[in-house]
Design a protein around this ligand. Structure first.
Ligand code: TYM
Length: 334
């Protein structure tokens, strides 16, 4: 079976709708056909100062891990791992940093966006080397496919370049990872500003929906979503981005095509569509929130599952790291 790897940052108490339908729901379905490793990437989270609050980091890491189980990642079927529990990720990252060009890393748009906002004194070196750690996350498991949203495409391209470069400079060690980006769910937009991506940092008040939000809040936010003055439900991302986003959400929640759904709202107003979207999202998120709360009540059990995940991850990553270090020419440790 082919290996799948993907990760998510524990940078909020709850995952948001973009994470859920853009990536996590795909993770859940890949478990039956692939050898999956999924990770809460806590090392990536601390690349920005706002996330360097120890209590907050621990709470968010555990909440993230619990949410993944609650939404259907089965820690028996898949390896579910806390990134900081597997030192091989950072051990490989160092080597990858040494074969990445400074200019190449400087061209990462996510780095440019984030560092631009912070100013150079507040931009950490970790934010700069973030993509090489991400490449290590992927390559250390000899991953074939990486399910992500559109915003990770450039990072995936770098991972492929680094795999190729390592293999040709040293010895064929890594598998070339392919991005798995589903165009129907690749980019959910902000409910209040439907030209911008739904994200933790860029989002306007009311523009985002969290998996753990109260159903009343979810319903209210969907009902107040910005649409347009056309008054006709059509799937047209360019001219009706707000309505297209609502149709995409409904499609993702019901497993149907957004375009086909649009036809069913012929002659009905946006209000009817919004009510259906709200019901579908609440039906999807409410049980996840409930199970997350239950899992958080048994911390000891959660820690046991995490320890098991770490052990299984290291069984895969350990031998591959040794092969990579050997290929580089580091002295053998016998
Ligand atoms: P992160 O934590 O920002 O997001 C997790 C996943 O959610 C997707 N996503 C979206 N998809 C559709 N619409 C949106 N509005 C939206 N917002 C977020 C992201 O594309 C992602 O798939 N760098 C990664 C974490 C990472 C990783 C990895 C991923 C670290 N190592 C190795 C894959 C493989 C990140 O910051 O994702």
């Amino acid at each position: 079976r082919q290996r799948v790897f993907s990760g998510i940052q524990p940078t909020a108490d709850s995952f948001h709708l973009g994470n859920y339908f853009g990536a996590l729901k795909h993770w859940v379905s890949l478990q039956d056909t692939h050898d999956c490793v999924f990770s809460v990437v806590d090392l990536h989270a601390i690349t920005v100062e706002a996330q360097q609050n120890p209590k907050q980091l621990r709470r968010r890491s555990l909440l993230s891990y619990a949410q993944l189980i609650a939404m259907g990642i089965d820690p028996q079927k898949s390896v579910l791992v806390m990134q900081s529990h597997v030192p091989e990720h950072t051990q490989l990252a160092w080597v990858l940093q040494c074969i990445t060009g400074y200019g190449e890393a400087s061209r990462m748009t996510q780095f440019k966006d984030k560092s631009g906002k912070e100013g150079s004194d507040h931009t950490s070196v970790g934010l700069f080397t973030y993509p090489m750690l991400m490449a290590a996350d992927i390559l250390i498991y000899r991953t074939h496919a990486v399910p992500v949203g559109e915003d990770q495409r450039q990072h995936l391209e770098l991972s492929r370049n680094l795999a190729q470069r390592f293999n040709s400079r040293f010895k064929k060690t890594f598998v070339m990872p392919e991005p798995l980006i589903n165009p129907a769910t690749a980019k959910f937009v902000d409910l209040q500003n439907p030209t911008g991506k739904m994200s933790k940092s860029a989002t306007t008040e009311g523009g985002m929906i969290n998996v753990l939000d109260d159903p009343k809040v979810i319903t209210k936010r969907i009902k107040s979503a910005v649409t347009d003055n056309e008054g006709v439900v059509r799937f047209d991302r360019d001219n009706q981005p707000g309505v297209a986003n609502l149709l995409s959400i409904l499609g993702a929640a019901t497993g149907r095509e957004a375009r086909e759904l649009a036809g069913e709202y012929d002659g009905k107003g946006y209000g009817v569509l919004k009510a259906d979207v709200a019901d579908a999202v609440v039906a999807e998120f409410e049980p996840v929130a409930q199970r997350t709360a239950e899992l958080m009540d048994d911390q000891a059990e959660l820690e046991r599952i995490m320890a098991d995940g770490a052990q299984r991850a290291r069984e895969i990553a350990g031998p591959i790291l040794r092969q990579a270090y050997d290929a580089v020419g580091f002295a053998p440790l016998v």
